[in-house]
Design a protein around this ligand. Structure first.
Ligand SMILES: [Zn+2]
Length: 204
């Protein structure tokens, strides 16, 4: 076989085996067709469910994983779930994979509600998941992904073999960390209190 042809076949194989993530983009109307009004409010309008009301807050399974409710991308292992006492499901690491070029979540600086926080979004569909903290209520954990129950769905199956866990905290630069309210201020500071009132979506 000519070298050029072998090279071309090799390149083709590489493309086939290294699946590339495709962003899922839908209109609000399309999302509204697929999600309940409460789930839409949180995933697409960056809402927050009231503390202590979520389906998974006190959910500590011995197997399985949690996927994005918008696009089913696996996000968090059952091994990452821990009791933070914050009122929302908390995870101390997220999934990563070669297929998704690293972490399955992305985070953005969020300065709404008079706080400086890191918003967590699903990497595939940009669905709002919650916020990531590296200080208050992270305890001995490196990080706390404070996630709305309505943003995820539990899957009681063996974890996918193409994912592994990643501590995102290592990727948060010191400059950004020093801006976060949970790092700058004490756990009792009002800026670290849970959002209340209009910022929350009543889910019960
Ligand atoms: Zn998603």
């Amino acid at each position: 076989m000519a070298l050029a042809r072998r090279m071309a076949l090799y390149a083709l194989n590489c493309i086939e085996t290294e699946a590339v993530m495709t962003k899922i983009v839908k209109t609000d109307a399309e999302w509204q067709n697929e999600l309940t009004p409460e789930d839409f409010e949180i995933l697409r309008n960056r809402g927050t469910e009231q503390a202590g009301t979520g389906e998974y807050e006190q959910h500590f399974p011995k197997e399985g994983y949690y996927v994005c409710k918008g696009c089913q991308l696996p996000l968090y292992s059952f091994t990452a779930k821990y009791e933070s006492g914050c009122g929302w499901p908390a995870y101390n690491k997220c999934y990563k994979s070669q297929r998704y070029n690293g972490s399955h979540v992305i985070f953005l600086k969020d300065t709404e509600h008079g706080k400086t926080r890191l918003e967590i979004k699903c990497k595939q569909c940009d669905g709002h998941l919650g916020h990531m903290f590296v200080g208050a209520k992270s305890g001995n954990e490196n990080e706390r992904h404070c996630v709305n129950s309505r943003s995820v769905k539990y899957v009681k199956e063996v974890e996918p073999d193409w994912v592994s866990c990643l501590e995102l905290n290592q990727l948060v630069g010191d400059d950004l960390k020093s801006e976060l309210d949970d790092v700058k201020h004490g756990i009792d500071d009002p800026r670290n209190k849970a959002l209340a009132g209009e910022a929350c979506v009543k889910t019960r």
